[in-house]
Design a protein around this ligand. Structure first.
Ligand SMILES: Nc1nc2c(ncn2[C@@H]2O[C@H](COP(=O)(O)OP(=O)(O)OP(=O)(O)O)[C@@H](O)[C@H]2O)c(=O)[nH]1
Ligand SMILES: [Mg+2]
Length: 615
Protein backbone atom coordinates (compact mmCIF):
# COMPACT_ATOMS: atom_id res chain seq x y z
CA UNK A 1 0.00 0.00 0.00
CA UNK A 2 1.31 3.46 -0.80
CA UNK A 3 1.25 6.24 1.72
CA UNK A 4 -1.60 8.70 1.44
CA UNK A 5 -0.53 11.74 -0.55
CA UNK A 6 -0.57 15.18 1.02
CA UNK A 7 -1.52 18.53 -0.47
CA UNK A 8 -1.29 21.84 1.38
CA UNK A 9 -3.32 25.03 0.92
CA UNK A 10 -0.94 27.97 0.90
CA UNK A 11 -1.47 31.66 0.25
CA UNK A 12 -1.95 35.13 1.63
CA UNK A 13 -4.30 35.65 4.57
CA UNK A 14 -7.98 35.99 3.67
CA UNK A 15 -7.53 34.42 0.23
CA UNK A 16 -10.21 31.83 0.96
CA UNK A 17 -8.02 28.85 1.86
CA UNK A 18 -10.24 27.66 4.66
CA UNK A 19 -13.35 28.22 2.56
CA UNK A 20 -11.79 25.99 -0.13
CA UNK A 21 -10.72 23.47 2.49
CA UNK A 22 -14.27 23.27 3.82
CA UNK A 23 -15.74 22.98 0.34
CA UNK A 24 -13.31 20.23 -0.68
CA UNK A 25 -13.29 18.15 2.49
CA UNK A 26 -16.69 18.87 4.02
CA UNK A 27 -14.98 20.25 7.13
CA UNK A 28 -16.32 23.18 9.13
CA UNK A 29 -13.22 25.23 9.80
CA UNK A 30 -13.80 28.80 10.81
CA UNK A 31 -13.84 31.26 7.94
CA UNK A 32 -14.22 34.97 8.40
CA UNK A 33 -13.61 38.11 6.42
CA UNK A 34 -10.40 39.38 8.01
CA UNK A 35 -6.77 38.29 7.78
CA UNK A 36 -5.43 35.88 10.39
CA UNK A 37 -8.43 33.64 11.02
CA UNK A 38 -6.63 30.29 10.77
CA UNK A 39 -3.70 29.96 13.18
CA UNK A 40 -3.11 26.18 13.18
CA UNK A 41 -2.69 23.46 10.58
CA UNK A 42 -5.79 21.35 10.03
CA UNK A 43 -6.00 18.20 7.99
CA UNK A 44 -8.94 16.83 6.05
CA UNK A 45 -9.61 14.19 3.46
CA UNK A 46 -10.28 14.73 -0.18
CA UNK A 47 -11.17 11.99 -2.64
CA UNK A 48 -9.50 12.34 -6.04
CA UNK A 49 -11.35 11.48 -9.28
CA UNK A 50 -9.48 8.14 -9.33
CA UNK A 51 -11.05 7.29 -5.98
CA UNK A 52 -7.71 7.65 -4.24
CA UNK A 53 -7.76 9.57 -0.98
CA UNK A 54 -5.60 12.64 -0.46
CA UNK A 55 -4.81 14.44 2.75
CA UNK A 56 -5.53 18.13 2.38
CA UNK A 57 -3.99 20.55 4.85
CA UNK A 58 -5.38 23.98 5.64
CA UNK A 59 -2.72 26.43 6.79
CA UNK A 60 -2.56 29.92 8.28
CA UNK A 61 -2.25 32.69 5.73
CA UNK A 62 1.22 34.05 5.14
CA UNK A 63 2.87 36.99 3.42
CA UNK A 64 6.27 35.36 3.19
CA UNK A 65 8.27 32.34 4.30
CA UNK A 66 10.40 34.66 6.43
CA UNK A 67 7.94 33.99 9.20
CA UNK A 68 7.31 36.92 11.47
CA UNK A 69 4.51 35.55 13.65
CA UNK A 70 3.94 32.11 15.18
CA UNK A 71 1.08 31.28 12.80
CA UNK A 72 3.20 32.04 9.73
CA UNK A 73 5.91 29.88 11.26
CA UNK A 74 3.50 26.93 11.13
CA UNK A 75 2.97 27.47 7.42
CA UNK A 76 6.68 27.69 6.71
CA UNK A 77 7.42 24.54 8.68
CA UNK A 78 4.67 22.46 7.10
CA UNK A 79 5.57 23.51 3.58
CA UNK A 80 9.27 22.82 4.13
CA UNK A 81 8.58 19.48 5.77
CA UNK A 82 9.93 20.63 9.13
CA UNK A 83 6.68 20.25 11.01
CA UNK A 84 6.98 17.52 13.59
CA UNK A 85 5.15 14.33 12.76
CA UNK A 86 4.26 15.37 9.25
CA UNK A 87 5.72 14.54 5.85
CA UNK A 88 6.42 17.23 3.29
CA UNK A 89 3.32 17.91 1.19
CA UNK A 90 3.75 16.66 -2.39
CA UNK A 91 1.37 19.16 -3.92
CA UNK A 92 0.91 22.81 -3.11
CA UNK A 93 -2.44 24.38 -3.75
CA UNK A 94 -1.63 28.05 -3.98
CA UNK A 95 -4.72 30.13 -3.29
CA UNK A 96 -4.75 33.66 -4.65
CA UNK A 97 -7.44 36.31 -4.47
CA UNK A 98 -8.47 37.20 -8.02
CA UNK A 99 -9.59 40.64 -6.96
CA UNK A 100 -6.26 41.33 -5.26
CA UNK A 101 -4.01 39.62 -7.72
CA UNK A 102 -1.03 41.94 -7.73
CA UNK A 103 -0.63 41.73 -3.98
CA UNK A 104 -1.10 37.97 -3.79
CA UNK A 105 1.34 37.24 -6.60
CA UNK A 106 4.26 38.45 -4.46
CA UNK A 107 4.13 35.53 -2.04
CA UNK A 108 3.06 33.29 -4.93
CA UNK A 109 6.50 33.71 -6.50
CA UNK A 110 8.16 32.63 -3.29
CA UNK A 111 5.97 29.53 -3.18
CA UNK A 112 6.63 28.67 -6.83
CA UNK A 113 10.35 28.96 -6.29
CA UNK A 114 10.15 25.85 -4.15
CA UNK A 115 9.81 23.99 -7.43
CA UNK A 116 7.13 21.65 -6.16
CA UNK A 117 4.10 20.45 -8.07
CA UNK A 118 1.75 23.40 -7.66
CA UNK A 119 -1.80 24.22 -8.67
CA UNK A 120 -3.12 27.76 -8.40
CA UNK A 121 -6.69 28.35 -7.27
CA UNK A 122 -7.68 31.73 -8.65
CA UNK A 123 -10.30 32.23 -5.97
CA UNK A 124 -12.92 34.92 -5.43
CA UNK A 125 -13.54 35.29 -9.15
CA UNK A 126 -17.02 36.52 -8.22
CA UNK A 127 -15.59 39.44 -6.25
CA UNK A 128 -13.23 40.28 -9.09
CA UNK A 129 -16.25 40.43 -11.39
CA UNK A 130 -18.08 42.58 -8.88
CA UNK A 131 -15.14 44.98 -8.98
CA UNK A 132 -15.31 45.09 -12.77
CA UNK A 133 -12.28 42.89 -13.48
CA UNK A 134 -12.16 40.32 -16.24
CA UNK A 135 -9.25 37.94 -15.81
CA UNK A 136 -7.49 35.54 -18.14
CA UNK A 137 -6.56 32.37 -16.23
CA UNK A 138 -4.73 30.96 -19.26
CA UNK A 139 -2.45 33.99 -19.46
CA UNK A 140 -1.72 33.73 -15.75
CA UNK A 141 -1.06 30.03 -16.09
CA UNK A 142 1.40 30.70 -18.92
CA UNK A 143 3.17 33.33 -16.85
CA UNK A 144 3.42 31.17 -13.76
CA UNK A 145 4.10 27.89 -15.50
CA UNK A 146 1.53 25.99 -13.46
CA UNK A 147 -2.18 25.26 -13.92
CA UNK A 148 -4.54 28.05 -12.82
CA UNK A 149 -8.11 27.11 -11.92
CA UNK A 150 -10.72 29.82 -11.37
CA UNK A 151 -12.77 29.10 -8.24
CA UNK A 152 -15.46 30.57 -6.03
CA UNK A 153 -14.92 28.64 -2.83
CA UNK A 154 -18.06 29.76 -1.08
CA UNK A 155 -20.28 28.74 -3.98
CA UNK A 156 -18.46 25.55 -4.81
CA UNK A 157 -17.49 26.78 -8.26
CA UNK A 158 -14.42 25.21 -9.91
CA UNK A 159 -13.97 22.51 -7.28
CA UNK A 160 -14.03 19.57 -9.69
CA UNK A 161 -11.52 21.20 -11.98
CA UNK A 162 -9.33 22.01 -9.00
CA UNK A 163 -9.48 18.44 -7.69
CA UNK A 164 -8.59 17.10 -11.13
CA UNK A 165 -5.66 19.50 -11.36
CA UNK A 166 -4.42 18.42 -7.93
CA UNK A 167 -4.51 14.79 -9.05
CA UNK A 168 -2.66 15.68 -12.26
CA UNK A 169 -0.06 17.81 -10.53
CA UNK A 170 1.31 14.82 -8.72
CA UNK A 171 2.25 13.15 -11.96
CA UNK A 172 3.85 16.18 -13.56
CA UNK A 173 6.23 17.19 -10.83
CA UNK A 174 9.24 17.92 -13.02
CA UNK A 175 7.48 19.95 -15.67
CA UNK A 176 6.07 22.31 -13.11
CA UNK A 177 9.45 23.10 -11.65
CA UNK A 178 10.41 25.49 -14.44
CA UNK A 179 9.67 28.69 -12.56
CA UNK A 180 12.77 30.66 -11.71
CA UNK A 181 11.92 33.88 -10.04
CA UNK A 182 13.38 37.00 -8.62
CA UNK A 183 14.80 37.21 -5.18
CA UNK A 184 14.33 40.64 -3.67
CA UNK A 185 11.01 42.01 -2.57
CA UNK A 186 11.02 45.04 -4.91
CA UNK A 187 11.81 42.73 -7.81
CA UNK A 188 8.98 40.41 -6.88
CA UNK A 189 6.59 43.32 -6.58
CA UNK A 190 7.49 44.49 -10.04
CA UNK A 191 7.02 41.01 -11.48
CA UNK A 192 3.69 40.68 -9.66
CA UNK A 193 2.53 43.95 -11.15
CA UNK A 194 3.40 42.85 -14.69
CA UNK A 195 1.83 39.45 -14.25
CA UNK A 196 -1.36 40.89 -12.79
CA UNK A 197 -1.61 43.33 -15.68
CA UNK A 198 -0.96 40.60 -18.19
CA UNK A 199 -3.72 38.47 -16.70
CA UNK A 200 -6.29 41.26 -16.67
CA UNK A 201 -8.38 41.48 -19.80
CA UNK A 202 -10.39 44.49 -18.73
CA UNK A 203 -10.86 46.59 -15.65
CA UNK A 204 -13.57 49.12 -15.01
CA UNK A 205 -13.32 51.01 -11.75
CA UNK A 206 -16.18 50.08 -9.50
CA UNK A 207 -14.59 50.75 -6.14
CA UNK A 208 -16.52 53.89 -5.42
CA UNK A 209 -19.20 52.47 -3.12
CA UNK A 210 -16.66 50.66 -0.97
CA UNK A 211 -14.48 53.74 -0.65
CA UNK A 212 -17.52 55.80 0.22
CA UNK A 213 -18.51 53.46 3.03
CA UNK A 214 -14.97 53.46 4.37
CA UNK A 215 -14.80 57.23 4.31
CA UNK A 216 -17.60 57.21 6.87
CA UNK A 217 -16.76 54.08 8.89
CA UNK A 218 -13.06 54.86 9.15
CA UNK A 219 -13.50 58.57 9.76
CA UNK A 220 -11.57 59.39 12.95
CA UNK A 221 -14.59 61.12 14.49
CA UNK A 222 -17.62 59.38 13.06
CA UNK A 223 -16.08 55.90 12.96
CA UNK A 224 -15.62 55.37 16.70
CA UNK A 225 -19.12 56.75 17.37
CA UNK A 226 -20.58 54.17 14.98
CA UNK A 227 -18.52 51.36 16.50
CA UNK A 228 -19.54 52.34 20.01
CA UNK A 229 -23.18 52.70 18.93
CA UNK A 230 -23.08 49.27 17.32
CA UNK A 231 -21.74 47.62 20.47
CA UNK A 232 -24.38 49.44 22.47
CA UNK A 233 -27.15 48.14 20.21
CA UNK A 234 -25.78 44.60 20.56
CA UNK A 235 -26.13 44.60 24.33
CA UNK A 236 -29.57 46.15 24.23
CA UNK A 237 -30.60 43.48 21.76
CA UNK A 238 -29.18 40.69 23.90
CA UNK A 239 -31.73 41.60 26.55
CA UNK A 240 -34.62 43.04 24.58
CA UNK A 241 -34.82 40.49 21.76
CA UNK A 242 -34.06 37.50 23.91
CA UNK A 243 -36.66 38.13 26.60
CA UNK A 244 -39.67 36.46 24.94
CA UNK A 245 -37.63 33.39 23.97
CA UNK A 246 -35.90 33.16 27.33
CA UNK A 247 -39.25 33.47 29.10
CA UNK A 248 -40.72 30.73 26.95
CA UNK A 249 -37.78 28.42 27.69
CA UNK A 250 -37.96 29.26 31.36
CA UNK A 251 -41.69 28.47 31.34
CA UNK A 252 -41.04 25.17 29.58
CA UNK A 253 -38.39 24.13 32.13
CA UNK A 254 -40.79 25.05 34.95
CA UNK A 255 -43.62 23.12 33.33
CA UNK A 256 -41.48 20.00 32.88
CA UNK A 257 -40.35 20.27 36.47
CA UNK A 258 -43.98 20.53 37.65
CA UNK A 259 -44.96 17.60 35.49
CA UNK A 260 -42.12 15.44 36.85
CA UNK A 261 -43.07 16.34 40.42
CA UNK A 262 -46.65 15.36 39.61
CA UNK A 263 -46.04 11.95 38.12
CA UNK A 264 -43.07 10.73 40.13
CA UNK A 265 -43.16 9.59 43.73
CA UNK A 266 -41.22 11.71 46.17
CA UNK A 267 -37.63 10.57 46.60
CA UNK A 268 -34.06 10.60 45.48
CA UNK A 269 -34.66 10.23 41.72
CA UNK A 270 -37.32 12.93 41.62
CA UNK A 271 -35.12 15.35 43.54
CA UNK A 272 -32.23 14.53 41.26
CA UNK A 273 -34.31 15.43 38.20
CA UNK A 274 -36.01 18.52 39.56
CA UNK A 275 -33.29 20.02 41.75
CA UNK A 276 -30.18 18.86 39.91
CA UNK A 277 -31.01 18.52 36.24
CA UNK A 278 -33.92 20.89 35.70
CA UNK A 279 -33.21 23.64 38.23
CA UNK A 280 -29.44 23.43 37.73
CA UNK A 281 -28.77 22.70 34.08
CA UNK A 282 -32.11 24.21 33.01
CA UNK A 283 -31.10 27.53 34.54
CA UNK A 284 -28.18 27.70 32.12
CA UNK A 285 -29.96 26.40 29.03
CA UNK A 286 -32.50 29.24 29.17
CA UNK A 287 -29.69 31.57 28.12
CA UNK A 288 -29.47 30.03 24.69
CA UNK A 289 -31.38 32.93 23.05
CA UNK A 290 -28.99 35.49 24.52
CA UNK A 291 -25.97 33.55 23.32
CA UNK A 292 -27.42 33.18 19.83
CA UNK A 293 -28.17 36.90 19.57
CA UNK A 294 -24.67 37.85 20.71
CA UNK A 295 -23.11 35.52 18.16
CA UNK A 296 -25.44 36.73 15.45
CA UNK A 297 -23.83 40.15 15.75
CA UNK A 298 -20.28 38.83 16.12
CA UNK A 299 -20.68 36.64 13.01
CA UNK A 300 -22.15 39.58 11.11
CA UNK A 301 -19.14 41.73 11.98
CA UNK A 302 -16.75 38.93 11.01
CA UNK A 303 -18.37 38.09 7.70
CA UNK A 304 -19.03 41.62 6.45
CA UNK A 305 -15.45 42.84 6.74
CA UNK A 306 -16.26 45.32 9.52
CA UNK A 307 -14.04 43.51 12.02
CA UNK A 308 -10.80 44.70 10.39
CA UNK A 309 -12.24 48.23 10.25
CA UNK A 310 -12.98 48.09 13.94
CA UNK A 311 -9.38 46.98 14.53
CA UNK A 312 -8.20 49.94 12.48
CA UNK A 313 -10.35 52.34 14.49
CA UNK A 314 -9.12 50.92 17.75
CA UNK A 315 -5.48 51.05 16.72
CA UNK A 316 -4.91 54.53 18.12
CA UNK A 317 -6.50 53.64 21.44
CA UNK A 318 -4.53 50.40 21.56
CA UNK A 319 -1.30 52.23 20.76
CA UNK A 320 -2.01 54.42 23.77
CA UNK A 321 -1.62 51.38 26.01
CA UNK A 322 1.37 49.99 24.12
CA UNK A 323 -0.50 47.49 21.93
CA UNK A 324 -1.65 47.75 18.34
CA UNK A 325 -4.75 47.11 16.29
CA UNK A 326 -3.32 43.62 15.79
CA UNK A 327 -4.30 42.82 19.36
CA UNK A 328 -7.81 44.00 18.78
CA UNK A 329 -9.02 40.99 16.83
CA UNK A 330 -7.79 38.42 19.40
CA UNK A 331 -9.39 40.53 22.10
CA UNK A 332 -12.68 40.89 20.26
CA UNK A 333 -12.68 37.13 19.59
CA UNK A 334 -12.44 36.72 23.34
CA UNK A 335 -16.00 38.05 23.55
CA UNK A 336 -16.90 34.57 22.37
CA UNK A 337 -14.36 32.73 24.50
CA UNK A 338 -10.86 33.54 25.70
CA UNK A 339 -9.48 30.27 24.29
CA UNK A 340 -9.77 31.08 20.57
CA UNK A 341 -8.87 34.65 21.51
CA UNK A 342 -5.59 33.59 23.08
CA UNK A 343 -4.86 31.34 20.12
CA UNK A 344 -5.63 34.15 17.68
CA UNK A 345 -2.79 36.09 19.31
CA UNK A 346 -0.47 33.85 17.27
CA UNK A 347 -0.93 36.28 14.41
CA UNK A 348 0.89 38.99 16.41
CA UNK A 349 4.57 39.11 15.37
CA UNK A 350 6.05 40.95 18.38
CA UNK A 351 6.50 38.46 21.26
CA UNK A 352 5.81 40.99 24.01
CA UNK A 353 2.75 42.39 22.26
CA UNK A 354 1.56 38.85 21.96
CA UNK A 355 2.25 37.99 25.59
CA UNK A 356 0.42 41.09 26.80
CA UNK A 357 -2.55 40.25 24.60
CA UNK A 358 -2.66 36.71 26.00
CA UNK A 359 -2.50 37.98 29.57
CA UNK A 360 -5.36 40.45 29.19
CA UNK A 361 -7.60 38.31 26.96
CA UNK A 362 -9.43 36.73 29.95
CA UNK A 363 -10.63 40.21 30.92
CA UNK A 364 -12.74 40.44 27.83
CA UNK A 365 -16.25 39.29 28.62
CA UNK A 366 -16.57 35.77 27.23
CA UNK A 367 -19.98 34.35 26.45
CA UNK A 368 -19.83 32.05 29.49
CA UNK A 369 -20.17 35.13 31.67
CA UNK A 370 -23.35 36.15 29.91
CA UNK A 371 -25.64 33.77 31.86
CA UNK A 372 -24.08 34.91 35.13
CA UNK A 373 -24.50 38.59 34.31
CA UNK A 374 -27.97 38.07 32.89
CA UNK A 375 -29.29 36.17 35.90
CA UNK A 376 -28.02 38.71 38.43
CA UNK A 377 -29.10 41.68 36.34
CA UNK A 378 -32.57 40.23 35.83
CA UNK A 379 -32.82 39.66 39.58
CA UNK A 380 -31.65 42.98 40.96
CA UNK A 381 -31.80 45.60 38.19
CA UNK A 382 -35.35 46.84 37.47
CA UNK A 383 -36.65 46.42 33.95
CA UNK A 384 -37.08 50.16 33.43
CA UNK A 385 -36.08 52.29 30.54
CA UNK A 386 -33.76 55.23 30.95
CA UNK A 387 -34.46 56.80 27.59
CA UNK A 388 -36.25 56.03 24.35
CA UNK A 389 -35.40 52.44 23.49
CA UNK A 390 -32.68 52.24 26.16
CA UNK A 391 -33.33 49.65 28.84
CA UNK A 392 -31.54 49.90 32.17
CA UNK A 393 -30.72 46.19 32.14
CA UNK A 394 -29.03 46.39 28.74
CA UNK A 395 -27.15 49.44 29.95
CA UNK A 396 -25.79 47.62 32.99
CA UNK A 397 -24.74 44.73 30.76
CA UNK A 398 -22.97 47.18 28.47
CA UNK A 399 -21.24 48.73 31.49
CA UNK A 400 -19.97 45.31 32.58
CA UNK A 401 -18.51 44.64 29.14
CA UNK A 402 -16.98 48.09 29.22
CA UNK A 403 -15.49 47.43 32.65
CA UNK A 404 -13.75 44.37 31.22
CA UNK A 405 -12.42 46.34 28.26
CA UNK A 406 -11.18 49.22 30.39
CA UNK A 407 -9.62 46.71 32.80
CA UNK A 408 -7.81 45.02 29.92
CA UNK A 409 -6.49 48.33 28.59
CA UNK A 410 -5.24 49.47 31.98
CA UNK A 411 -3.56 46.13 32.71
CA UNK A 412 -1.98 46.18 29.23
CA UNK A 413 -0.64 49.66 29.89
CA UNK A 414 0.91 48.55 33.17
CA UNK A 415 2.39 45.38 31.64
CA UNK A 416 3.85 47.23 28.66
CA UNK A 417 5.66 49.53 31.06
CA UNK A 418 6.89 46.82 33.40
CA UNK A 419 7.04 43.09 32.69
CA UNK A 420 6.47 43.17 28.94
CA UNK A 421 8.27 46.42 28.27
CA UNK A 422 8.48 47.70 24.74
CA UNK A 423 7.27 50.33 22.34
CA UNK A 424 4.02 49.90 20.44
CA UNK A 425 4.73 48.27 17.11
CA UNK A 426 3.21 49.54 13.91
CA UNK A 427 -0.10 48.34 12.63
CA UNK A 428 -0.48 47.12 9.10
CA UNK A 429 -3.56 45.20 8.22
CA UNK A 430 -5.15 45.03 4.85
CA UNK A 431 -8.81 45.92 4.81
CA UNK A 432 -10.84 43.03 3.40
CA UNK A 433 -13.53 43.90 0.91
CA UNK A 434 -17.04 44.27 2.21
CA UNK A 435 -19.25 41.26 1.63
CA UNK A 436 -22.88 40.65 2.34
CA UNK A 437 -22.96 37.79 4.85
CA UNK A 438 -24.35 34.62 3.27
CA UNK A 439 -27.46 33.43 5.10
CA UNK A 440 -26.33 29.82 4.97
CA UNK A 441 -22.91 30.56 6.51
CA UNK A 442 -24.60 32.66 9.18
CA UNK A 443 -27.06 29.88 9.96
CA UNK A 444 -24.29 27.27 10.16
CA UNK A 445 -22.22 29.58 12.35
CA UNK A 446 -25.12 30.17 14.73
CA UNK A 447 -25.95 26.51 14.84
CA UNK A 448 -22.34 25.67 15.70
CA UNK A 449 -22.30 28.18 18.54
CA UNK A 450 -25.65 26.98 19.86
CA UNK A 451 -24.40 23.41 19.67
CA UNK A 452 -21.21 24.25 21.57
CA UNK A 453 -23.26 25.96 24.26
CA UNK A 454 -25.74 23.11 24.60
CA UNK A 455 -22.98 20.52 24.58
CA UNK A 456 -21.28 22.35 27.42
CA UNK A 457 -24.59 22.37 29.27
CA UNK A 458 -25.04 18.67 28.62
CA UNK A 459 -21.52 17.62 29.61
CA UNK A 460 -19.34 19.71 31.89
CA UNK A 461 -22.07 21.89 33.35
CA UNK A 462 -24.30 18.85 33.83
CA UNK A 463 -21.61 16.81 35.57
CA UNK A 464 -20.37 19.56 37.83
CA UNK A 465 -23.92 20.51 38.78
CA UNK A 466 -24.81 16.91 39.58
CA UNK A 467 -21.69 16.51 41.69
CA UNK A 468 -22.62 19.65 43.57
CA UNK A 469 -26.20 18.44 43.98
CA UNK A 470 -24.92 15.24 45.59
CA UNK A 471 -22.70 17.21 47.94
CA UNK A 472 -25.65 19.44 48.77
CA UNK A 473 -28.07 16.59 49.35
CA UNK A 474 -26.04 14.59 51.86
CA UNK A 475 -26.01 14.08 54.72
CA UNK A 476 -29.74 14.75 55.11
CA UNK A 477 -30.81 17.56 57.40
CA UNK A 478 -32.51 16.95 60.72
CA UNK A 479 -36.01 18.40 60.96
CA UNK A 480 -35.73 22.15 61.51
CA UNK A 481 -32.19 22.31 60.18
CA UNK A 482 -31.48 23.77 56.72
CA UNK A 483 -30.25 21.27 54.15
CA UNK A 484 -27.40 23.58 53.18
CA UNK A 485 -26.18 23.70 56.78
CA UNK A 486 -26.25 19.93 57.09
CA UNK A 487 -24.61 19.02 53.79
CA UNK A 488 -20.99 18.44 52.85
CA UNK A 489 -21.23 21.37 50.46
CA UNK A 490 -22.39 23.54 53.35
CA UNK A 491 -19.25 22.66 55.27
CA UNK A 492 -17.09 23.57 52.27
CA UNK A 493 -18.96 26.85 51.95
CA UNK A 494 -18.38 27.55 55.63
CA UNK A 495 -14.67 27.07 55.07
CA UNK A 496 -14.47 29.52 52.19
CA UNK A 497 -17.01 32.04 53.36
CA UNK A 498 -14.83 33.89 55.93
CA UNK A 499 -12.42 34.88 53.14
CA UNK A 500 -15.21 36.26 50.97
CA UNK A 501 -17.48 37.70 53.63
CA UNK A 502 -15.56 41.01 53.83
CA UNK A 503 -16.39 41.70 50.17
CA UNK A 504 -20.06 41.09 50.75
CA UNK A 505 -20.44 37.51 49.50
CA UNK A 506 -22.99 35.26 51.17
CA UNK A 507 -22.47 31.56 51.70
CA UNK A 508 -24.25 30.36 48.55
CA UNK A 509 -22.16 32.70 46.42
CA UNK A 510 -18.94 31.48 48.00
CA UNK A 511 -19.98 27.91 47.34
CA UNK A 512 -20.92 28.63 43.71
CA UNK A 513 -17.45 29.98 42.96
CA UNK A 514 -15.76 26.61 43.39
CA UNK A 515 -17.57 24.55 40.74
CA UNK A 516 -17.64 27.65 38.51
CA UNK A 517 -13.90 27.16 37.98
CA UNK A 518 -14.84 24.36 35.59
CA UNK A 519 -17.10 26.61 33.54
CA UNK A 520 -18.37 30.03 34.49
CA UNK A 521 -21.99 29.26 33.69
CA UNK A 522 -21.90 26.75 36.53
CA UNK A 523 -22.13 29.71 38.92
CA UNK A 524 -25.75 30.00 37.77
CA UNK A 525 -26.60 26.31 37.88
CA UNK A 526 -24.86 25.99 41.25
CA UNK A 527 -26.92 28.79 42.75
CA UNK A 528 -30.08 27.37 41.21
CA UNK A 529 -29.38 23.90 42.59
CA UNK A 530 -28.40 25.24 46.01
CA UNK A 531 -31.63 27.19 46.31
CA UNK A 532 -33.70 24.30 44.98
CA UNK A 533 -32.19 21.83 47.47
CA UNK A 534 -32.40 24.27 50.33
CA UNK A 535 -36.02 25.30 49.66
CA UNK A 536 -38.19 24.49 52.65
CA UNK A 537 -41.38 23.90 50.75
CA UNK A 538 -42.71 23.15 47.29
CA UNK A 539 -43.64 26.77 46.56
CA UNK A 540 -40.14 27.98 47.23
CA UNK A 541 -38.68 25.11 45.24
CA UNK A 542 -40.80 26.06 42.24
CA UNK A 543 -39.41 29.59 42.20
CA UNK A 544 -36.67 30.20 39.68
CA UNK A 545 -33.15 31.17 40.70
CA UNK A 546 -33.78 34.77 39.59
CA UNK A 547 -36.65 35.18 42.04
CA UNK A 548 -34.66 33.67 44.87
CA UNK A 549 -31.72 36.00 44.25
CA UNK A 550 -34.08 38.97 44.06
CA UNK A 551 -35.54 37.98 47.42
CA UNK A 552 -32.35 37.07 49.25
CA UNK A 553 -29.48 39.21 47.99
CA UNK A 554 -28.94 42.86 48.79
CA UNK A 555 -28.06 45.14 45.88
CA UNK A 556 -24.45 45.73 47.09
CA UNK A 557 -23.94 41.96 47.36
CA UNK A 558 -25.26 41.35 43.86
CA UNK A 559 -23.13 44.14 42.40
CA UNK A 560 -20.05 42.76 44.16
CA UNK A 561 -20.71 39.36 42.58
CA UNK A 562 -20.92 40.99 39.13
CA UNK A 563 -17.66 42.87 39.76
CA UNK A 564 -16.01 39.60 40.78
CA UNK A 565 -17.00 37.96 37.51
CA UNK A 566 -15.64 40.85 35.45
CA UNK A 567 -12.13 40.01 36.68
CA UNK A 568 -11.92 36.54 38.19
CA UNK A 569 -10.04 33.85 36.22
CA UNK A 570 -12.98 31.48 36.55
CA UNK A 571 -12.01 29.00 33.91
CA UNK A 572 -9.46 26.21 33.98
CA UNK A 573 -9.35 25.68 30.20
CA UNK A 574 -8.20 29.26 29.67
CA UNK A 575 -5.35 28.74 32.10
CA UNK A 576 -4.37 25.55 30.26
CA UNK A 577 -4.35 27.29 26.89
CA UNK A 578 -2.28 30.15 28.27
CA UNK A 579 0.23 27.57 29.47
CA UNK A 580 0.43 25.97 26.05
CA UNK A 581 0.73 29.26 24.19
CA UNK A 582 3.41 30.69 26.49
CA UNK A 583 5.28 27.38 26.90
CA UNK A 584 5.28 27.20 30.67
CA UNK A 585 3.58 27.88 33.95
CA UNK A 586 5.19 31.21 34.70
CA UNK A 587 2.80 33.48 32.83
CA UNK A 588 -0.44 31.58 33.49
CA UNK A 589 0.41 31.64 37.19
CA UNK A 590 0.98 35.36 37.03
CA UNK A 591 -2.30 35.73 35.13
CA UNK A 592 -4.31 33.79 37.67
CA UNK A 593 -2.84 35.69 40.61
CA UNK A 594 -3.34 39.15 39.17
CA UNK A 595 -6.88 38.35 38.08
CA UNK A 596 -7.87 37.01 41.50
CA UNK A 597 -6.38 40.05 43.19
CA UNK A 598 -8.28 42.39 40.87
CA UNK A 599 -11.49 40.41 41.36
CA UNK A 600 -11.21 40.57 45.13
CA UNK A 601 -10.32 44.24 45.24
CA UNK A 602 -12.99 45.34 42.80
CA UNK A 603 -15.73 43.19 44.27
CA UNK A 604 -14.79 44.64 47.67
CA UNK A 605 -14.73 48.23 46.44
CA UNK A 606 -18.08 47.73 44.74
CA UNK A 607 -19.61 46.30 47.88
CA UNK A 608 -18.23 48.92 50.22
CA UNK A 609 -19.08 51.86 47.97
CA UNK A 610 -22.58 50.54 47.26
CA UNK A 611 -23.17 50.00 50.96
CA UNK A 612 -21.86 53.45 51.82
CA UNK A 613 -24.20 54.95 49.23
CA UNK A 614 -27.07 53.16 50.91
CA UNK A 615 -28.03 51.12 47.83
N1 LIG B 1 -17.28 36.12 -2.54
C1 LIG B 1 -16.41 35.19 -2.17
N2 LIG B 1 -16.02 35.14 -0.91
C2 LIG B 1 -15.13 34.18 -0.56
C3 LIG B 1 -14.63 33.23 -1.47
N3 LIG B 1 -13.78 32.41 -0.80
C4 LIG B 1 -13.77 32.83 0.47
N4 LIG B 1 -14.59 33.90 0.63
C5 LIG B 1 -14.80 34.68 1.85
O1 LIG B 1 -13.58 35.30 2.13
C6 LIG B 1 -13.33 35.37 3.52
C7 LIG B 1 -12.02 34.71 3.88
O2 LIG B 1 -12.10 33.32 3.70
P1 LIG B 1 -11.22 32.30 4.55
O3 LIG B 1 -11.46 30.97 3.97
O4 LIG B 1 -11.42 32.51 5.99
O5 LIG B 1 -9.76 32.81 4.16
P2 LIG B 1 -8.36 32.17 4.59
O6 LIG B 1 -7.49 32.22 3.39
O7 LIG B 1 -8.55 30.85 5.22
O8 LIG B 1 -7.86 33.25 5.63
P3 LIG B 1 -6.81 33.07 6.85
O9 LIG B 1 -7.21 31.87 7.61
O10 LIG B 1 -6.98 34.34 7.62
O11 LIG B 1 -5.46 32.98 6.24
C8 LIG B 1 -14.54 34.74 4.17
O12 LIG B 1 -15.42 35.77 4.55
C9 LIG B 1 -15.15 33.89 3.07
O13 LIG B 1 -16.54 33.76 3.22
C10 LIG B 1 -15.07 33.33 -2.83
O14 LIG B 1 -14.67 32.58 -3.71
N5 LIG B 1 -15.96 34.32 -3.11
MG1 LIG C 1 -8.15 30.20 7.01
Amino acid sequence: MTRKRIAALVGNPNAGKSALFNALTGARQKIANYPGVTVERKAGRLTLPSGEPLELIDLPGSYSFDAASPDEEVTRKVVHGEFEGEATPEVIVLVVDAANLEQHLVFAQEVLELGRPTVVALNMIDLAERDGLTLDPAALSAALGVPVIPTVAVRGRGLQELTAAIAEAETHAAEDAQWRGHVTLPERRLVAKHMARGATLSASARHTIENGIDRVLLNPWVGPVILFGLLFVIFQAVFAWATPFADALDGAVGAISGWVSGIMPEGFIRDFITEGVLAGVGSVVVFLPQIVILFFFILLMEASGYMARAAFLMDRLMAGVGLSGKSFIPLLSSFACAIPGIMAARSIPDPKDRLTTILVAPLMTCSARLPVYAVIIAAVIPETSVGPGIGLQGLVLFALYLAGIVGALVVALVLRNTLAKGAASGFIMEMPRYQLPRIKDLAIGLWQRAYVFLRRAGTIIFMVTIALWLLLSFPKAEPGESQLDASVAGMVADGLHPVLEPIGFNREMSLALIPAMAAREVAVSALATTYAVDAEDEDLAAEGVTDRIAALWSLPTALAFLAWFVFAPQCISTIAVARRETNGWKWPTFMVVYLFVLAYVFAGLTFWIATALGL
